[in-house]
Design a protein around this ligand. Structure first.
Ligand SMILES: CCCCCCCC(=O)SCCNC(=O)CCNC(=O)[C@H](O)C(C)(C)COP(=O)(O)OP(=O)(O)OC[C@H]1O[C@@H](n2cnc3c(N)ncnc32)[C@H](O)[C@@H]1OP(=O)(O)O
Length: 180
């Protein structure tokens, strides 16, 4: 089935902000995190940027492939916010097309291609040198819809409690990716 943008999804161009401060992909509280910034696009699409830091190296002067996969995963995960569906990555297949040096800004875009029951199919690309630059990485993913219990049951107690006790209602909801 074609994906359906939720009527309350943020307008195209709007920054999504971090869904959870401690998130390695987008949170502001992780000193070595990616601090990826995602923006709503048209339909069920997202654009995002991430600048490779020295802490993200795999080989001298080059981004670690796993960090680049994280950037793709985070961008793809942000699509769920436009569907207003809670979902986790089930499968992430990544192509590393060209090396990405430290200091490079990766320009990412992602879209949901289909939804079938609990399964959300999506793809993403990361370009260098600008949003229209050459492709450095791309991915295809399958996210699976889950209930909020997924996090409550499986997450470590101290972080779950801290997130649930957050006095900010929107932050509390978004930590678990729930529609506030
Ligand atoms: C804004 C937010 C940003 C967040 C970005 C970051 C996102 C993440 O990184 S999330 C963290 C990483 N992911 C995880 O920890 C998930 C761990 N895995 C799990 O918890 C479970 O395997 C889970 C929930 C994905 C699926 O389990 P379960 O709910 O039992 O589903 P299950 O019934 O097995 O599968 C449902 C369907 O998905 C399919 N499926 C499940 N996993 C896969 C897979 N890896 N590959 C292909 N298909 C799969 C099944 O075949 C099934 O298909 P069908 O309905 O056609 O039979």
């Amino acid at each position: 089935m074609k994906p359906v943008r939720h009527p309350d999804a943020p307008a195209p161009g709007q920054l999504l902000g971090a869904h959870y401060g401690e998130c390695f992909g987008c949170g502001g509280l992780q000193p070595h995190g990616l601090h990826l910034q995602a923006r709503a696009g048209e339909g069920v699409s997202i654009t995002a940027e991430f600048t490779v830091q020295p802490a993200h190296q795999g080989a001298p002067g080059l981004a670690h492939g796993g960090v680049l996969a994280t950037a793709l995963d985070e961008t793809l995960g942000s699509l769920n916010w436009l569907l207003r569906t809670i979902a986790v990555t089930g499968r992430l297949e990544t192509d590393f097309v060209r090396p990405v040096p430290v200091g490079t800004t990766l320009h990412l875009e992602a879209e949901v291609t289909a939804v079938a029951g609990r399964k959300i199919y999506s793809r993403a690309t990361g370009r260098v040198g600008g949003p229209d630059g050459p492709v450095a990485v791309r991915a295809e993913a399958l996210f699976i819809e889950v209930k909020v219990d997924h996090f409550v049951q499986h997450g470590r107690e101290e972080e779950i409690q801290a997130a649930m006790n957050d006095p900010d209602q929107v932050r509390r909801a978004r930590a678990f990716e729930v529609n506030p």
